[in-house]
Design a protein around this ligand. Structure first.
Ligand SMILES: Nc1ncnc2c1ncn2[C@@H]1O[C@H](COP(=O)(O)OP(=O)(O)OP(=O)(O)O)[C@@H](O)[C@H]1O
Length: 301
């Protein structure tokens, strides 16, 4: 079992990592740990592990580490496992990955898996795989501006503090969004693989991260009031039901603005528009618990 660990993820707390690894070692499972040394390193480590014939490659970190790991192993026969050590851990919530040590270790060794079908984003400067979502507009502006020391100190609450700091400064430019050839205008766009956003909060209950295609949420109204209203609706999973919010499905999305508006992918800064989004060529298989709320959900029957 290969474990790719991002030591900078979340609050840099390695207690959970060692507890899970101890559990695996106690069951006679051999583990090779590889630490990332810079952003993007997880991709080359995952590629090396896949080429060495790894059957399971574990991403120990947050959603950014998972995306980089998937990017390096996609197309190989290795399965993906997750040890959620990030700040928001949206993908772990999405797939019902347990956070409790013993259940998590059992999931990593279980024979069950669920497909995870990533998306690809392309800007003028990079092509990048994402596992959960890409945001364009104010949410990405907050991610670009986030104070990393604050994030380490107070976790997800840093996003609330940074949102309130940035709100008066942001001008909410109109983005031009095309979804499978139809054009829309929006102040903020979230192109999502999964149902969840910002942690365990539902954005679109009908999204299917195990299949190709995107769930697209467009916020037509900008401004301080609309942004605050969306922020307050998020913990109640009501964001997509707000006035001026539209939900679409699509396979090919472009987002543009003449001046370049911030982008975020899986909660990390990811450059500026223009961007084109499409499906990755194939899925990876993610180790999931036997009783998986994702596949057992009434929403997916
Ligand atoms: N050694 C390193 N030094 C600096 N940055 C790193 C290092 N290793 C990985 N990274 C970068 O850290 C970024 C953030 O990691 P990750 O998303 O896993 O954690 P997080 O932001 O705390 O969690 P979440 O996305 O769940 O909120 C990744 O995009 C990755 O490129």
């Amino acid at each position: 079992m290969y474990v790719i660990h991002n030591p900078t993820a979340g609050r840099r707390n390695t207690r959970k990592l060692w507890a899970v690894l101890d559990c695996l070692l106690a069951h006679g499972i051999s583990v090779k740990i590889m630490e990332t040394r810079y952003g993007g390193h997880a991709s080359s480590l995952a590629r090396e592990a896949a080429e060495a014939g790894a059957r399971i490659i574990i991403a120990a970190g947050g959603d950014g580490t998972i995306a980089e790991t998937v990017s390096g192993m996609i197309g190989s026969s290795a399965r993906l496992g997750i040890i959620p050590l990030g700040t928001a851990n949206v993908l772990a919530h999405e797939y019902g990955i347990p956070f409790h040590t013993k259940d998590l270790a059992a999931t990593l060794t279980s024979p069950h898996s669920t497909p995870l079908w990533p998306g690809m984003m392309q800007t003028n400067h990079q092509t990048k795989l994402f596992v959960q979502m890409v945001g364009a507009g104010f949410d990405a502006h907050v991610v670009h501006a986030i104070n990393l020391r604050l994030k380490r100190a107070v976790g997800r609450n840093a996003y609330i503090i940074q949102t309130l700091t940035e709100l008066p400064k942001y001008s909410f430019p109109d983005l031009t969004v095309t979804v499978d050839g139809s054009t829309y205008t929006a102040a903020n766009a979230i192109i999502s693989k999964g149902r969840l956003y910002g942690g365990p909060y539902t954005l679109d209950p009908t999204a299917r991260p195990d299949r190709p295609g995107f769930s697209i949420t467009l916020f037509r109204h900008g401004g301080v009031f609309s942004a605050l209203r969306a922020g307050m609706a998020l913990p109640q999973s009501r964001m997509s039901r707000l006035p001026g919010v539209i939900s679409l499905k699509g396979a090919h999305v472009t987002i543009a603005h003449p001046d370049g508006v911030p982008l975020q992918a899986d909660g990390d800064a990811a450059g500026y528009t223009a961007v084109t989004l499409k499906d990755a060529a194939q899925p990876v298989q993610l180790a999931t618990p036997a009783k998986n709320p994702f596949i057992d959900s009434r929403l997916f029957t």
